[in-house]
Design a protein around this ligand. Structure first.
Ligand code: SME
Length: 158
């Protein structure tokens, strides 16, 4: 496996995703361990996009439990339907939150987090976890992030 990602300087966000995705796909195809792959996805997204926090929560005994992540320490358990992550899990859909303070029930793991996107991870139609990305800026995420993060999410298994 290549141990570095090659992303040229000066690209737009979408161009960065386009450069990253094939490299990430071949990295993930070369490794069968789900935790190892989630760890590298978190590292790649954090490094390339300089997000505040990137990580995974995995469904265990009907709650979300913190998995591989990059960034400051975070809440370890989230109930179904709670916060942005628990809501994305319950509804089985991607949530983009432009201002976390406006999301009822948002769970503030870090006061620096201003906006957030949560993408559910599916296997055979069931949500087995979520990918959660936080920005320290308002309006940090849009449909471009949703599209590409959903593609990445589809390559992951637990
Ligand atoms: N803000 C999330 C909790 C997880 S942290 O952002 C890492 C939520 O409301 O579900």
């Amino acid at each position: 496996m290549a141990d570095t990602l090659i992303i040229p300087a000066g690209l737009t966000k979408e161009e960065k995703y386009k450069a990253l995705l094939p490299q990430l796909k071949s990295m993930l195809e070369g490794e069968s361990d789900g935790i190892a792959n989630m760890a590298n996805v978190a590292a790649a997204l954090k490094e390339i996009f300089r997000f505040w926090w990137v990580g995974f929560y995995i469904v265990k005994n009907n709650e979300l439990v913190l998995g591989p992540f990059q960034g400051p320490i975070a809440c370890t358990r989230i109930a179904r339907g709670r916060g942005v992550c628990g809501t994305a899990w319950k509804e089985g859909k991607t949530l983009i939150v432009p201002d976390v303070e406006q999301f009822p029930g948002h769970i503030a793991c870090s006061s620096a987090s201003k906006s957030e996107i949560v993408v559910p991870l599916f296997n055979n139609g069931l949500v087995w976890g979520v990918l959660d990305v936080d920005s320290d800026r308002l309006n940090g995420f849009d449909g471009t992030d949703a599209d590409y993060l959903t593609k990445i999410a589809g390559w992951l298994r637990h």
